[in-house]
Design a protein around this ligand. Structure first.
Ligand SMILES: NC(=O)c1ccc[n+]([C@@H]2O[C@H](COP(=O)([O-])OP(=O)(O)OC[C@H]3O[C@@H](n4cnc5c(N)ncnc54)[C@H](OP(=O)(O)O)[C@@H]3O)[C@@H](O)[C@H]2O)c1
Length: 301
């Protein structure tokens, strides 16, 4: 039996992926969840770094010396602005979507098995070239993303600043996937690291913190009657079952990246392996972000 550790498995396509993995019969899925995560869930609030550390040590106890075959970092949120702060004092979207997952990956790295897989859920909105409706990221400077009030270029319009916090967190995710793949311990163990873009998956819980009219639009777009014809014209649109299946396939190794690829984008229900954005390909940015994240969470760079 293989063991997977997963965040974001209580809602949306992540819940479908977790169920699919469990149903495959030979996988134990340890969920990190805030509340109702089921029998195999351990408490985890990504908005609190101390909770991430406690979760990592609880996972260590559960493992009792065995190893993790897949680490799936799928949790995420979208907020209406960039004005929220975690208990650690960091902007919440950056902290939950990115920084907490960086810390978790580093804490669990020693527990990963030879040949393990790490999947980090990102978003095509990190890439201005996808033409997604959200404001694209301006940079991946962790110190400024953690404290946007110090960012001289911060968009003064709350909604735009919120969108940028989200798209920047997802740019950081791709950069961190690339930096993680370059770590000696990851190379030595032959670990595969994949940044996964599920495309646009309407009808999940992702809009729950947005204003009512956006929640309503999100829900309507996710209804079969609207989404089925829309998918015929836009390959970035995917169903929740397709996005969940692709995530499960990546985690379990059913889908493997072609040599030299690490960015999986679900398009028309099929996994594709394009380049991420130009900014996400910058080696210097990946290294700088790795070191800056380390400083924020109190680990060596
Ligand atoms: N839907 C899309 O179109 C789309 C597109 C690109 C990327 N994504 C990414 O895909 C991932 C899954 O999104 P989704 O659309 O399936 O949304 P969702 O239904 O809202 O799922 C989000 C998951 O993240 C968890 N989560 C949020 N904040 C957390 C926290 N502080 N601590 C622990 N867990 C937390 C949620 O747990 P609770 O159940 O406790 O809320 C839930 O399991 C996210 O990373 C999202 O950014 C989604």
């Amino acid at each position: 039996m293989s063991t997977m550790v997963m965040t974001g498995g209580t809602s949306g396509f992540g819940a479908l992926a977790a169920a699919r993995l469990r149903e495959s019969g030979d996988v134990r899925v340890i969920l990190g969840a805030r509340g109702r995560g089921g029998a195999d869930a351990l408490g985890l609030d990504l908005a609190e770094l101390e909770s991430v550390r406690a979760f990592a040590s609880a996972v260590g106890e559960e493992l009792a010396g065995s190893a993790v075959d897949a680490l799936v970092l799928n949790a995420g949120l979208v907020l209406a602005d960039a004005g929220h702060r975690t208990v650690d004092g960091f902007e919440t979207t950056f902290a939950v979507n990115h920084l907490a997952h960086y810390l978790l990956a580093r804490l669990l790295l020693p527990s990963l098995a030879e040949g393990a897989t790490v999947v980090l859920t990102t978003s095509g909105t990190h890439d201005p070239a996808t033409g997604a409706g959200l404001t694209p990221p301006r940079h991946a400077d962790a110190a400024l993303l953690a404290h946007p009030e110090r960012d001289p270029g911060l968009d003064g319009r709350p909604r735009k600043a919120g969108e940028q916090a989200y798209t920047a967190s997802k740019l950081c995710t791709v950069l961190t996937a690339r930096a993680l793949a370059g770590q000696d311990a990851v190379r030595d163990k032959g670990i595969t690291v994949i940044a996964y873009c599920p495309g646009q998956v309407f009808g999940t819980g992702l809009a729950k913190d947005l204003p009512w009219y956006m929640r309503m639009a999100w829900s309507v777009m996710g209804s079969p009657v609207v989404s089925w014809p829309a998918r015929r014209f836009d390959r970035t649109l995917n169903t929740r079952p397709d996005a969940g299946k692709a995530l499960a396939d990546l985690a379990s190794g059913v889908a493997r990246p072609p040599a030299g690829r690490g960015y999986a984008a679900l398009r028309g229900g099929e996994l594709t392996w394009p380049d991420p954005s130009d900014a996400a390909l910058r080696e210097d940015s990946a290294q700088e972000l790795w070191t800056a994240n380390a400083a924020l969470v109190g680990l060596p760079g």
